[in-house]
Design a protein around this ligand. Structure first.
Ligand code: 3PG
Length: 334
C-alpha cells in the first residue's frame, strides 16, 4: 500500500495519491538517520533491520559538524530520524522528497512544526521511549549534588528528603518511582495532570509551581520548552526553595531564566544548580559557583544503549507504519 500523504489546507507540496503510488513503485524509500550525537551502534543495527526489512534503504549521517552536511544528506531522503538535531525551514527546503521526520525522543522543540506542516511533512516524536534513562540520570545528578560532587567532604542522603517533580509526564513518573526506592518524600506539580494520577503513584500533588518550590528540598525539572515555559524558572520561583535547595535540570536550558538564576545563586550561597543541559552562560556559572554548579558537557539523559534502541527502533517502526499504513498516531504537527 502506498504511503498516505499529509495534506495541510494549503500545502506547498501537493501530491496526488496516484502520484505517490507511482513514486513508491519505482523508487526505493530512503530513510536518513541524522544524529549529531550518534545512537549506540546496537541501536543503529536495530534501525537498519527495521528499515531494510521494509524494503527501504538506510543512510547515516553521524557527528556532523556543519549544517551543510545535513542539507546535502537530506536532499534525497523520504524519511528522517533525528535526535536534538535542528530541523528548520532551511532543512525542509533542502529535503525535496521528505514525507516524515521522527524525533527519536520526547521533546520536539528542535523541529519547526509550522514549516514542517507548510512543506507537507509529518513530524512525530517517540514519547516515553527514553524516559527511564533520563529519570535515572536525574537521580544520579541528585546523589552527585548532595554528596558535594564527590569532593571528599561529608554530604547528605536523599532518604527522607522532599523531592518536587515539576511536570508529571513520562520522565517525571519514572523519577517518582526511582526516588521512592531511595525513600524520598515525592511531590509533583503539573497543571495538565489530574491529582488522581499522582496519588495512584504515591505522589503528593501540589497545585502551583510556587507551592512545589516552597515545599521541596530538591526540585527536578521535566517541563518541555514551550512559549509558556521559556524563562519560567526564574529568580523569584527558585528563591522559594528551603535552605540548601538543589535544582536539577534534565529538561531544556530554555526554561531557565539564566540571568535571574545567576543573581539568585549570588544572593543565596546555600543553593545548587545541577544540569544536563549546558546553559548559554556556562562559563559565568562555572566561574561564580564552583562546587554549587555542574553541567554535563553534552546532554546525557537519553544517552544509553537501551534508550537509543527503544527510541531509534520506535522511530523506524513509526516511519514504516506511516508509509505503509498511514498511521499518524504520534504526529505532533496536527
Ligand atoms: C528528549 O527530548 O527525548 C531528550 O531530551 C533526549 O534528547 P537527545 O536525544 O538529544 O539526547
Amino acid at each position: 500500500m502506498p504511503y498516505f500523504s499529509f495534506h495541510h489546507s494549503e500545502p506547498t507540496r501537493k501530491k496526488t495519491v496516484q502520484a505517490e503510488f507511482f513514486t513508491t513503485l519505482v523508487h526505493k524509500m530512503k530513510v536518513l538517520v541524522a544524529t549529531e550525537k550518534p545512537f549506540a551502534k546496537v541501536a543503529v543495527d536495530g534501525i537498519r533491520e527495521v528499515v531494510e526489512s521494509a524494503g527501504y534503504e538506510l543512510a547515516l549521517l553521524e557527528k556532523y559538524t556543519d549544517k551543510q552536511q545535513l542539507l546535502d544528506a537530506v536532499s534525497d531522503a523520504d524519511a528522517l530520524i533525528i535526535r536534538s538535531d535542528i530541523v528548520d525551514a532551511a532543512v525542509l527546503d533542502a529535503a525535496k522528497k521528505l514525507k516524515i521526520v521522527v524525533r527519536a525522543g520526547a521533546g520536539y522543540d528542535n523541529i519547526d512544526l509550522e514549516a514542517a506542516t507548510s512543506h507537507g511533512v509529518v513530524a512525530m516524536n517517540t514519547p516515553g521511549q527514553n524516559s527511564n534513562a533520563v529519570a535515572e540520570l536525574a537521580l544520579g545528578l541528585m546523589v552527585f549534588a548532595v554528596r558535594n560532587m564527590y569532593n571528599g567532604t561529608s554530604g547528605t542522603e536523599l532518604k527522607g528528603k522532599k523531592l518536587g517533580i515539576h511536570a508529571f509526564g513520562n520522565v517525571g513518573r519514572n523519577v517518582a518511582r526511582i526516588a521512592q526506592g531511595f525513600g524520598m518524600d515525592v511531590y509533583a506539580y503539573d497543571a495538565y495532570c489530574p491529582d488522581e494520577a499522582m496519588v495512584a503513584a504515591n505522589v503528593k500533588p501540589v497545585h502551583s509551581a510556587e507551592e512545589l518550590y516552597k515545599t521541596c528540598d530538591i526540585v527536578s525539572l521535566h517541563i518541555p520548552a514551550t512559549a509558556e515555559t521559556k524563562n519560567s524558572i526564574n529568580h523569584d520561583l527558585v528563591n522559594l526553595m528551603p535552605k540548601g535547595g538543589v535544582l536539577v535540570n534534565t529538561a531544556r536550558k530554555e526554561v531557565i531564566d539564566e540571568e535571574g538564576l545567576i543573581a539568585l545563586l549570588q544572593e543565596r550561597t546555600d543553593l545548587k544548580y545541577i544540569t544536563d543541559i549546558m546553559p548559554v552562560a556556562d562559563a559565568k556559572f562555572r566561574t561564580l559557583f564552583e562546587g554549587r554548579y555542574f553541567a554535563t558537557p553534552k546532554k546525557m539523559g537519553a544517552q544509553t544503549a537501551e534508550a537509543n534502541i527503544n527510541a531509534g527502533i520506535a522511530a523506524a517502526k513509526q516511519i514504516v507504519d506511516f508509509i505503509q499504513n498511514g498511521n499518524t498516531r504520534f504526529q505532533v504537527n496536527k
